[in-house]
Design a protein around this ligand. Structure first.
Ligand SMILES: NC(=O)c1ccc[n+]([C@@H]2O[C@H](COP(=O)([O-])OP(=O)(O)OC[C@H]3O[C@@H](n4cnc5c(N)ncnc54)[C@H](O)[C@@H]3O)[C@@H](O)[C@H]2O)c1
Length: 453
């Protein structure tokens, strides 16, 4: 009988926590788009700081990480295991096309109750939006007065860079992170202007229409060496020019489109069907929502951007090319309906037609009465803290795309030629193994044979 190999604990990697710079000083959080998600995030951080609420849904605040063997009983909190900035060290600023301060914007967004908002009003009312870089042609359903003017797109980028430098100086922060929480722009595809930093800069000066406002923020941010996370499905940093700039200036990038609501459910359920080899005939998803995001998505151009982001999920998880009998010809439809009475409290229905043993059909119905911004706010917090960690970490800061943050996105960015990983549980394992790797801890494979030696 062959003898089973004894499990050998690998040597801890040379890279250790000592190489990660500690989070000294304050961390500036810059948010293009001070609407429902952004205000729910900032109000929430302040409520947690004041001890009046808990950061439910945030991996960095509530999550733990198992280290070593199951029998070792070592499961520290993630925020204690890696050196993350503390909530008290966060300082906020943002841009919006409307002039409302964050308190007024939060009241209008109608996500959080007035009683809670009044307790955090002293902070929220001091955060006033900077003038935005905005062009109505890219977001057809809205327009506002608080918008920068410039002779061309490069000039607008320079104005944003000046905003960033001014914020850094006046707030006294030592580090910065940008998270895009502004509207979904109309669908655009990669073009020549996006292929290199040189081509992009030329296009900026020529006012090229392939450069959307979100790209101007990203360019400004990365040029100032500031990480950029993309919460919308816009192309923004998912182009070669931004990857180049990100690597050159050691400013991490990640995206795109926060994974909340219906897509979150999809990436929880679909891996389960595949694990049990249950086939899929069709998946019909429809939503009603009545917030400003819903209004913006009522425009076919913006909806197309969102639709592309939502549709790719199932093909990647189910791998029809590997399982043609199970997933070779399923129908996948996604609908979003703007329905004002619901505000931010979206309702998402899924009808899932699956089949089992001998091809017998079954149905699953999901009715998710969710709150969009309540699901998105903890994602914003985690992305702020993890992007800051990435920039303080020599092994991560110069690699460009932070694929280990796929966990947070509907349409994760990857290196060219790689398919994105959509399965929520693989994404979580990837994230935690990255943290273990950075701290020189053994990666967890779940093999477990050593317990039976
Ligand atoms: N809430 C969620 O669960 C969720 C999930 C995934 C993605 N998203 C995306 O996050 C973004 C924000 O969602 P929301 O619900 O807060 O929307 P929202 O409409 O309440 O807020 C967006 C804000 O961005 C502003 N804006 C638009 N273009 C701008 C620009 N160029 N510069 C500065 N400000 C600009 C708008 O005036 C608005 O105040 C949207 O793109 C949405 O698709 C949200």
């Amino acid at each position: 009988m062959p003898t089973r190999q004894k499990h050998v604990k690998p040597e801890p990697r040379k890279s250790s926590s000592s190489e990660i710079q500690p989070p000294k000083g304050k961390l500036g959080v810059m948010i293009p788009g001070m609407g429902a998600v952004a205000t729910t995030f900032v109000a929430g951080v302040e409520a947690v700081r004041k001890g009046i609420a808990k950061p439910i849904g945030s991996l960095t605040q509530m999550g733990t990480i198992r280290l070593g063997k199951r029998t070792d009983a070592r499961s520290p909190k993630i925020k204690e295991f890696v050196s993350l900035a503390g909530l008290d060290d966060l300082v906020f600023t943002g841009w919006d096309i409307f002039e409302d301060d964050m308190y007024t914007a939060a009241c209008k967004a109608g996500v959080l109750e007035r009683e809670l908002l009044d307790q955090v009003k002293p902070l929220l009312s001091t955060i006033k939006p900077r003038k935005a870089v905005f062009d109505h042609n890219y977001v057809k359903k809205i327009d506002g007065p608080n918008v920068k003017k410039g002779k061309n797109k490069m000039d607008l980028a320079e104005q944003l860079r000046a905003d960033i430098r001014e914020f850094k100086k006046t707030s006294g922060v030592s580090r910065l992170v940008t998270v895009w929480c502004a509207s979904t722009e109309t669908f655009i595809e990669q073009s020549a202007a996006h292929q290199s930093v040189k081509a992009f800069e030329k296009a900026l000066t020529q006012n090229d229409e392939n450069i959307a406002p979100s790209m101007i923020y990203a360019y400004a941010s990365l040029s100032e060496g500031v990480p950029f996370a993309n919460g919308a499905p816009n192309l923004t940093v998912d182009i070669p020019a931004m990857r180049e700039l990100s690597r050159k200036n050691e400013a991490p990038i990640c995206g795109k489109d926060f994974k909340t609501g219906q897509t979150l459910m999809k990436t929880i359920l679909a891996p389960g069907f595949k694990a049990r080899l249950l086939g899929l005939n069709g998946w019909f998803s429809t939503n009603i929502l009545g917030n400003r995001d819903g209004e913006v998505l009522d425009d076919p151009g913006s909806f197309k951007t969102k639709e592309e982001s939502k549709l790719s999920v199932l093909e990647h998880i189910l791998q029809p090319e590997l399982y043609p009998e199970l997933y070779g010809k399923f129908t996948h439809k996604v609908r979003i309906n703007y329905y004002p009475p619901r505000g931010d409290n979206k309702e998402g229905w899924d009808n899932i037609d699956i089949f089992g043993w001998l091809g017998y059909p079954m149905q699953i119905k999901v009715d998710f009465l969710c709150r969009d911004s309540i699901l998105a706010a903890p994602i914003v917090l985690d992305l702020v803290l993890f992007n800051d960690l990435a920039q303080r970490t020599p092994e991560l800061r110069g690699i460009g795309i932070q694929e280990w943050l796929s966990f947070y996105f509907k349409s994760p960015m990857t290196a060219p030629g790689l398919y994105p990983e959509h399965d929520l549980f693989i994404q979580l394992m990837k994230l935690k193994n990255t943290l273990r790797h950075l701290r020189g801890e053994e990666l967890i494979t779940h093999l477990g044979l050593e317990y039976y030696d």
